[in-house]
Design a protein around this ligand. Structure first.
Ligand code: GLN
Length: 562
């Protein structure tokens, strides 16, 4: 196994994840099979309990792993299916060591960070690197490991030490270290400053790791003199100094690396030149160019709870992007804090209330994404009502689907106080209820997580047509509550049809409203499986409906498949 380790220096938020995945893309384009591991040096077992406000979205994998959003970048960039073990956290490592300690596996020894924790890290990396993630058999050729955080953090020390040992134990040509750093410019016509990078490389070297490559983030391309200086002070040859300067969209980054011959330098270092071919990045080139030249846009209202930080809904944003590009449009997302739509806000913050409603009314389509807790729920219900009554395309994801069911129950079925038991456990009409899959007594794993099958109840529904599969779809889930199966008939007789259900028929997975151009709710999260070039069907239908092209699209695709 060849390892490419990506570390970060100077500051966080440098786009280390995107850099690491882009390196993977370039290597994959050379014909190599690539897998990846993300290390998060925090004590949480996984990202599942972390707030999207603080940490961005929780990405969900097929196996139900709740992981860092960077794994989403890897899946999208490399088009792979990762496992929960591809995300290593300090919590997971400590738990595995402590479990062994309790079992008595250490035979009376003192259990220490070195060697026990570091050995556990090394074993984990070596085991996980060998899991195939691209649908083919046997291990990949290259494993890209991204070490989260910034070099020098106390948290990442055991990982740095374990990686140092790993590097020492494998052949030098099996390990390559790329350090991502920042080259700031001070003042308006200032100089490109190399000192922060020098310091972070020094820090890395003090810990026993010498970078083979630098990936320098900068606003403008690096000057030759900056490269020379970096090379001299950081002990990295000029040819191995890569530059990721600001580009109009992220699909340019693999191209940028290819243009700097990063692949050649990395392949040379890893002695893979013989097996690799010239990188084929045609699709990436086209996508980057198409996006740069798009002039028309479609306005999408995103009515959610965590609208302050766009990373909170990263995969939804990416899925919208994929769908829009395939319709030759740019997404123009209006973020609306759901609570701003509520009647109470009209008194407390009249301006915010007015703006929120104006934004909602000016949008071509309305999306209510997933979420937890009751903040903003009333506002989301108002948004769903507006979309239903005004025939504006609506896509409700997970919580967004539950919202449309509550809204329909309150305003069409006539159950004024209908609600989800998540928000009101005393409601006389619980239309969304807790339906644990496993044991009721065992809390802490009560979430329905990961890939589950949805069976279409009829081929005559939008979703089956959009998915080009009239039997079933497998999508990823992350929820506790579900539509109450006992009240489904009250909805169906009024036109809200549950066209997709699980194998038992009791769990409602997809709803569609008849006599509406596109009013769709999905209990799963289709955004996690959307890919550039292969947009997620519910998102594609949503955008097509927003621009009035859904029927012609369905017509054409039906003719095409005949
Ligand atoms: N809070 C809802 C539930 O647990 C929705 C979850 C979600 O949107 N991911 O069912």
């Amino acid at each position: 196994m060849k390892y490419v380790l990506v570390t970060g220096g100077v500051v966080s938020g440098l786009g280390k994840g995107v850099t690491a995945s882009s390196i993977g893309v370039v290597l994959k384009a050379c014909g190599l099979r690539v897998t990846s591991i993300k290390i998060d040096p925090y004590l949480n077992m996984d990202a599942g309990t972390m707030s999207p406000f603080e940490h961005g979205e929780v990405f969900v994998l097929d196996d139900g792993g709740e992981v860092d959003l960077d794994l989403g970048n890897y899946e999208r960039f490399l088009d792979v299916r990762l496992t929960r073990d591809n995300n290593i956290t300090t919590g997971k490592i400590f738990q595995s060591v402590l479990e062994k300690e309790r079992r008595g596996d250490y035979l009376g020894k003192t259990v220490q960070v070195v060697p026990h924790i570091t050995d556990a890290i090394k074993n984990w990396i070596e085991t996980v690197a060998a899991i195939p993630v691209d649908g083919k058999e046997g291990p990949a050729d290259v494993c890209v490991i991204e070490l989260g955080g910034t070099v020098g953090d106390i948290e990442s020390m055991p990982f740095i030490e374990a990686l140092r040992q790993l590097l020492f134990s494998v052949e030098p040509n099996n390990f390559c270290l790329i350090h991502v750093s920042l080259i700031p410019v001070l003042g308006v016509v200032g100089e490109q400053k190399t000192k922060p990078t020098q310091h972070s490389v020094r820090e890395l070297r003090a810990l026993g790791l010498t970078p083979h490559f630098l990936a320098c983030r900068s606003a403008q391309p690096l000057l030759e003199s900056t490269r020379q200086k970096l090379s001299q002070f950081c002990h990295v040859s000029v040819g191995n100094i890569l530059n990721i300067h600001d580009v109009p969209n992220i699909w340019h980054i693999p191209l940028l690396l290819r243009n700097q011959n990063a692949h050649e330098a990395i392949l040379k270092h890893l002695q893979l030149m013989k097996v690799a071919k010239t990188p084929n990045l045609q699709e990436w080139t086209e996508r980057a160019k198409i996006f740069d030249n798009l002039s028309n846009s479609v306005r999408i209202a995103m009515v959610g709870k965590y609208v302050g930080l766009t990373d909170s809904y990263l995969s939804v944003v990416k899925a919208l992007l994929h769908a829009c590009i395939s319709c030759s449009l740019k997404p123009d997302i209006k973020w609306i804090a759901a609570s701003d739509l509520e009647d109470d806000t009209a008194n407390s913050k009249p301006e915010a209330h007015a703006t929120a409603w104006e934004d909602l009314k000016n949008a071509a389509c309305i999306l209510v994404p997933g979420g937890f807790g009751d903040r903003g729920v009333k506002g989301m219900i108002l948004a769903a009502k507006y979309a239903r009554e005004n025939k504006v395309p609506y896509l409700g994801i997970c919580l967004g689907m539950q919202i449309s069911v509550i809204e329909f129950a309150q305003n069409i079925v006539g159950w004024e106080h209908a609600n989800s038991t998540e928000f009101d456990d005393q409601t006389p009409n619980p239309v969304v209820i807790f339906m644990p899959e496993g044991s009721k007594t065992h809390m802490g794993s009560t979430m329905r997580l990961g890939s589950r099958r949805t069976l279409f109840q009829t081929p005559d529904c939008l979703m089956a047509k959009l998915y080009h599969n009239f039997e079933y779809v497998d999508e990823r889930h992350r929820h506790r509550y579900e539509v109450n199966p006992d009240v489904v008939s009250n909805f169906e007789e009024r036109g809200l049809k549950f066209v997709g259900r699980d194998e038992s028929g009791k769990r409602m997975e997809i709803l569609e409203l008849t006599s509406h151009p596109y009013y769709v709710g999905v209990q799963f999260h289709p955004e996690f499986k959307s890919r550039p070039g292969r947009p997620s069907p519910p998102f594609l239908g949503f955008i097509l409906a927003a621009i009035g092209q859904l029927s012609s699209f369905l017509q054409n695709s039906q003719n095409g498949s005949l």
